[in-house]
Design a protein around this ligand. Structure first.
Ligand code: ATP
Ligand code: MG
Ligand code: ZN
Length: 570
């Protein structure tokens, strides 16, 4: 039996099902009840917060034969046909995958004809910001004088990329991130219906990690179910998300307050030994202190009460910190986090930061003053980090520098991959070098691609032997293209896409591919929609190699510091 992802199974079918967006759904329901429809709506908001779902409910509500209170009945022929996607008058266009010129032109030509099966023609244009200028112009013409039987619903995560002329012709609704409490109660309901036993704390962590995106929350839950089976604990979620438990942070924060450097280092070593990521560690630790600050300064704040993560230990540790000290701690952590981006030695930098936190004078902004008192070890470490950072800054600033300098920077140790400080969720494949993905799109080796597709299940099975979690992350990926040095795998979930680019997991997948297919190929995880637009662009581009040559500045920089360190932005 084919498995259907939770977020598909639990797609809202009525406005009532759409949680956390009452400001949108109530307004729409009122308009529907009173027959005051606009001819174009713009749904804007973060990923997975219900825009497409609301658009589909809307398409049913306007066409329903017996709507109640502005809700579709989901029983009549029109409702059911629309749910099944069987109504030609309700058209969904994904602007991300086909930039839309043809489709929009087609709309423009056909928009004047009355709908054949239902009352309203509804055009849902998803990711509308991806349309080409030409398509925008065509759309604008249509929006200028739409016939009364037509309804446009444009959805986007990036409204600032839309021409003002389009925005001004739509009624705009802003979808919000879904609150922690709303997410948790929806997840609870779903778990109950799916017969899954789950700890409340586990769902709270899922909701926290999803940062207000319901699709991400459901993908994580899916992940947890495939990993933990019918009983999900907080530990399951901690494992699959690679976070560190609150209990651990409480222990660490207590040791820091007691200025016990040795114990702090030992605790930190333990976490690193479990293969956690230093940067994520730092980020999570900062949020731990932030929660503490909020709990102390605004104890009645909804979010704090909701989170219900204030256990006894947390409350006790909170008494060890004064508010001014918390400010300093958070600031120190946030400074470290921004330095980490450019630091070659994540772990050393985190260690340094922890030592700093243990020394009260280190917390006082004037670091120069405290330098004298720093232990010899700390001084040496600090010097090394600083020297390396300077070298790196120089390298990045001047592509003409002799490669010897780069080699020197390299030979001192492992080079870290850069990563956005933003959380992994919602920034699909942020560490994937997109220039290489584009390269694959330009030079696909069809035979090799077929070979990989054919052996994919074998590859998955081998990965599973190494570590079952690894397989759980990669299993939702689809190999789509390979060339002589890399294979592109697409994902629907940004979490999976991001996760599979983490060095350990990526390494295992790559060596498995080599083992099975006999070729050393780099894994490039991208979101499905990203790949589709890259593929389209590659198809459009002139195949004559010359104009596609990489920017000489970029290739020089690549030679110097290696692609892992370089984040190329258009
Ligand atoms: N507000 C919500 N209430 C209930 N479920 C939701 C909500 N938002 C999203 N979901 C869940 O997430 C899935 C995806 O939601 P949807 O496609 O509507 O998001 P979206 O805002 O269009 O996201 P994107 O910007 O990525 O297209 C739904 O099928 C549903 O399971
Ligand atoms: Mg959508
Ligand atoms: Zn109906």
């Amino acid at each position: 039996m084919a498995y259907t992802a939770l977020y598909r199974v639990w797609r809202p079918q009525t406005f009532g099902d759409i949680i956390g967006q009452a400001h949108v759904t109530t307004t729409l329901q009122n308009a529907l009840r009173e027959g005051r429809l606009s001819h174009a709506y713009l749904f804007n908001g973060p990923r997975g917060t219900g825009k497409t779902s609301a658009a589909k409910v809307m398409a049913k509500a306007v066409n329903c034969e017996q709507p109640q209170d502005g809700e579709p009945c989901n029983q009549c022929a029109a409702c059911q046909a629309i749910t099944d996607g069987a109504v030609t008058d309700v058209l969904e266009i994904d602007a991300a995958s086909n930039r839309g010129v043809e489709e929009i032109r087609d709309i423009r030509d056909k928009v004047k004809f009355a709908p054949s099966d239902v009352k309203y023609k509804v055009y849902i244009i998803d990711e509308v910001h991806m349309l080409t200028t030409e398509a925008f112009n065509a759309l604008l013409k249509t929006l200028e004088e739409p016939p009364s039987h037509v309804l446009f619903i444009l959805a986007t995560t990036e409204p600032h990329k839309l021409p003002a002329t389009i925005i001004s012709r739509c009624q705009r609704f802003d979808f919000h991130r879904i609150s922690l409490a709303d997410t948790v109660s929806r997840l609870e309901m779903i778990c109950q219906a799916q017969d899954v036993q789950v700890e409340k704390e586990a769902l709270q962590l899922v909701a926290k990690k999803a940062e207000g995106g319901m699709r991400d929350a459901l993908s994580l839950l899916d992940q947890a179910i495939s990993y933990g089976g019918a009983a999900i604990t907080l530990q399951t979620i901690i494992q699959i998300t690679g976070t560190v438990s609150q209990t651990y942070f409480s222990t660490l924060a207590k040791l820091i307050a007691e200025q016990d450097v040795a114990q702090v280092m030992e605790q930190f070593d333990q976490v690193m030994a479990q293969g956690k990521d230093a940067e994520q560690f730092l980020q999570d630790f900062m949020f731990y202190y932030r929660d503490m600050l909020l709990a102390k300064t605004a104890p009645s704040l909804q979010e704090i009460v909701e989170r219900a993560m204030i256990d006894e230990q947390f409350a006790h540790v909170a008494t060890l910190y004064s508010v001014p000290v918390l400010y300093e701690v958070i600031e120190t952590l946030s400074t470290a986090l921004s330095q980490l981006k450019w630091s070659t030695y994540a772990r050393v930098l985190v260690e340094l930061t922890l030592v700093k936190l243990c020394q009260p004078q280190g917390r006082q902004a004037n670091a120069a003053q405290s330098t004298q008192e720093e232990s010899e070890l700390v001084q040496t470490l600090a010097k090394r980090v600083r020297a390396l950072e300077e070298k790196l800054t120089q390298l990045l600033a001047s592509p003409g520098t002799k490669p010897a300098a780069a080699a020197a920077a390299n030979e001192e140790g492992r080079v870290r991959e850069p990563r956005r400080v933003a959380s992994a969720i919602g920034s699909g494949g942020s560490r994937t070098p997109m220039n290489r993905v584009k390269e694959v799109a330009r030079s696909v080796d069809e035979a090799l691609t077929q070979r990989i597709k054919g052996s994919w299940s074998q590859i998955l099975a081998e990965v599973k032997k190494v570590k079952i979690q690894y397989q759980a992350w990669i299993v939702s990926g689809q190999p789509v293209a390979a060339n002589s040095d890399a294979v592109v795998v697409t994902f629907k979930s940004p979490i999976h896409c991001e996760k599979t680019m983490e060095p350990d997991l990526k390494g295992v997948v790559e060596s498995t591919i080599q083992m099975v297919c006999g070729k050393p190929l780099a894994l490039l995880s991208v979101m499905e929609d990203e790949w589709q637009s890259i593929e389209v662009q590659a198809g459009e581009a002139e195949p004559s190699g010359k104009q596609d040559e990489p920017d000489p500045l970029i290739s020089e920089a690549l030679k110097l510091v290696g692609e892992h360190l370089l984040e190329i932005k258009d």
